[in-house]
Write a protein that binds this ligand. Structure first.
Ligand SMILES: [Zn+2]
Length: 252
């Protein structure tokens, strides 16, 4: 195979949140605990409803349980601070995050979930200046309305916000792109990245498409492998990803 050389000006990391930095899908947990999750999720999985309509529908079912209702003024910030108390972040994430900062590597959290629960969890571990791209739930006239930061018509990834678009527009043109994720919303972004860390559904998808990646189970694995790659300077632009990025720009 012909070797292609690309100059690398910097390194940009994107990491998924639900199922990756935290082991659960907190977005789903919110609706399992406070809404009508399963029947709507089944509609989504069977392809009978678009994901953005799914979110609008399931959001309309959100209700704070009677026993805690008096404590909150609807689904406000104090509610989300209370809600996230039950979840723990991967303790190795902070080690990985600090490694990136110390090595001038740009790190971004990229989620198809909602900032309402992501921000308080990230703040809880002492990170206050993280770059986070995510959807948002807004309380308007006592109704919960989802807003999608990156809805895309040109990608067929079936996500509320397309992570591919954020990856290709936020990373500088000569940047090496590193992607870490686990699920459906990570497929299109991972395919456009140079170094991929994957687990679960994402890993199976990449195997099927024969796209090289590192498997991981937690951020200690990611930190160990990634710090080695950086320290040994064992990285290069993946030519297939480079071509896909170019192609994506051409059809936007
Ligand atoms: Zn996409």
């Amino acid at each position: 195979m012909k070797q292609h050389k690309h100059n690398i000006s910097e390194i940009t990391v994107f990491t998924d949140f639900d199922g990756t930095i935290v082991s659960q899908d907190i977005g789903n947990e919110l609706f399992i605990q406070f809404g009508e999750f399963q029947q709507n999720y089944d509609l989504l999985k069977s392809g009978n409803i678009h994901i953005r309509d799914y979110w609008a529908k399931v959001c309309s079912t959100l209700k704070i349980s009677e026993n805690i209702k008096s404590k909150f003024n609807g689904f406000d910030d104090s509610f989300f601070e209370y809600f996230v108390e039950q979840f723990d972040i991967d303790p190795n994430f902070i080690t990985f995050y600090n490694f990136c900062i110390d090595n001038s590597i740009n790190i971004n959290i990229l989620s198809d979930g909602f900032s309402n629960y992501i921000n308080p969890i990230i703040n809880k571990i002492g990170i206050t200046d993280a770059k986070i791209f995510s959807n948002k739930l807004c309380l308007i006239d006592k109704k919960i309305i989802p807003f999608f930061y990156g809805a895309s018509e040109s990608c067929e990834c079936m996500c509320a916000s397309c992570k591919r678009n954020t990856v290709i527009t936020e990373a500088p043109p000569d940047s090496l792109i590193v992607y870490i994720g686990d699920g459906q919303s990570d497929l299109c972004a991972a395919e456009h990245s140079d170094i991929i860390f994957a687990k679960n559904h994402l890993s199976a998808y990449l195997n099927e498409k024969r796209i090289p990646h590192y498997n991981f189970s937690n951020f200690f694995d990611v930190y160990r492998i990634f710090s080695n790659i950086i320290n040994e300077k064992k990285y290069r632009i993946r030519h297939q990803a480079f071509l896909k990025r170019k192609q994506a720009f051409e059809c936007e």
